[in-house]
Ligand binder design. Structure first.
Ligand code: ATP
Ligand code: MG
Length: 417
């Protein structure tokens, strides 16, 4: 037998309704915010991710699914959605559309990580990317969309943590201060941190090793190093979040794992998913488009991890509104199978979800099957029903019955379904 690859999952028919419910809600919310879907390929040239995410990051240095295709090109399955959208924005001259442009996507993403609950090698993201302005109102719109997405899905106790990592100018000064802080503490830190110290100092704040966290407790705070413009941007965003009622906490520890962020960075976190508690991450990335060869463009975006939010929704008992058939049309005996299929077709054409017996089973077996499907109603068709043009509609949850003319069946089921 051939098994599923490690770190991937099937979405089975018995649980796909949860994904559909979640995705439909997210698409609807994106529509309310005037965001339009963008679809980019599952794979891109490797160079796109190396140049945008940064070759010092975990994603690029350890986690990418990279291979050479038959034409000798280096190809990578997308580990995230932001860089492909930026590539598409530049390549298709989307700046010629009215800006700001709001886009969203629901995509599979691929990272070679150690699989565990909420951490997979193929996972899925709902992402939003807003292009075309550096105004903090865009940050607000984006964060408010993420917040309302989580609230709209019925999630509780998910907290917004907000920070600013400034622009390359203020970051330079901050990184110097960080290096000075860590300089005499490196011997007690993990090998990754020692490696990151010189090339990727900011990421020392990100380390999950308890000893490193302890050492990092009193690091200088980046918010104290912001230049006037970055400070004003951050303050305005805080003011706007308060004005629209999106609760947040300032968390100077949030630096995000990808290189392209500037100014605003944020995460939505829960305490209910253990180490995989970040359900959404995002921020502003004003230098990404220009670093990929486009014009300087203010952008802000986020991505929600769908596996994690669905896990959390399950934990918190959210009702995913499972689809069940409205009616199961039963055949008294196999000779009525054609009548049943005709009635079933008519019901479906009228927008009623209906199924019928197709394997010649006994009535008893059909009732069992309809119960398993959790059909709401059953209608039995036999000689009497056809000759007298009368049927009984049985409510399967409590066994109550009502009589109905065969011709009026569709209309009646439409009323009560
Ligand atoms: P983490 O710190 O948990 O590794 P990240 O910072 O690498 O997350 P992002 O690149 O910001 O994650 O991706 C956005 C969201 O996608 C995350 O907040 C998370 O919900 C989800 N996500 C990231 N990696 C995985 C994964 N391997 N499996 C499942 N979900 C993931
Ligand atoms: Mg990660």
């Amino acid at each position: 037998m051939i098994n599923i690859p490690k770190g991937t999952k099937d979405v089975l028919p018995s649980e796909s309704y949860k994904w559909q419910y979640t995705e439909n809600k997210l698409r609807e919310l994106a529509r309310l915010y005037n965001a339009r879907e963008i679809r980019t390929p599952v794979f891109e040239h490797t160079e796109l991710f190396v140049r945008s995410i940064g070759d010092e990051t975990d994603v690029v240095s350890k986690e990418m699914y990279t291979f050479e295709d038959k034409g000798g090109r280096s190809i990578t399955l997308k580990p995230e959605g932001t860089a492909p959208v930026a590539r598409s924005y530049i390549e298709n001259s989307l700046e010629s559309l009215s800006l700001p442009l709001k886009t969203y996507y629901i995509i599979p993403a691929f990272r070679y990580e150690r699989p565990q609950a909420g951490r997979l090698r193929e996972f899925h993201q709902f992402g939003v990317e807003v292009y075309g302005a550096t105004s903090p109102y865009l940050d607000l719109d984006c964060i408010s969309l993420a917040y309302n997405a989580l609230v709209g899905l019925g999630l509780k106790n998910v907290k917004l943590r907000l920070n600013s990592i400034g622009c390359p100018e203020c970051r330079k000064k901050y990184v110097e201060a960080l290096r000075a802080y860590y300089a005499d503490k490196l011997d007690d830190m993990c090998p990754t941190c020692r490696e990151r110290y010189a090339k990727n100092t900011l990421r020392l704040l990100d380390c999950k090793v308890p000893a490193c966290r302890e050492i990092g407790k009193n690091t200088p705070v980046i918010l104290d190093y912001l230049c006037d413009d970055c400070r004003a941007h951050h303050d305005k965003l805080c003011e706007l979040l308060t004005a629209v009622g999106v609760p947040y906490e300032i968390d100077p520890g949030i630096v995000r794992g990808l290189d392209y962020y500037t100014r605003t960075v944020f995460e939505f976190v829960t305490e209910e998913l253990g180490a995989q508690g970040t359900v959404c991450g995002g921020g502003r990335y004003d230098n990404l488009v220009s670093s990929l060869g486009g014009k300087p463009t203010g952008c802000v975006g986020f991505a929600v991890g769908l596996e994690r939010i669905i896990m959390l929704m399950e934990k918190q008992g959210v009702n995913f509104c499972e689809n069940v058939p409205d009616v199961f049309v039963m055949s008294q005996s196999p000779e009525y199978a054609t009548d049943c299929i005709k009635i079933t077709s008519e019901l479906r054409n009228a927008g009623i979800s209906a199924d019928t017996e197709m394997t010649g089973r006994s009535l008893k077996a059909q009732f069992k099957y309809a119960d398993k499907l959790r059909a709401k109603y059953a209608v039995v068709i036999g000689g009497n029903e056809i000759s007298e043009e009368k049927v009984k509609i049985k409510k399967l949850s409590d066994g109550t019955e009502e009589e109905c003319g065969l011709k009026a069946l569709t209309a009646r089921l439409k009323e009560i379904k």
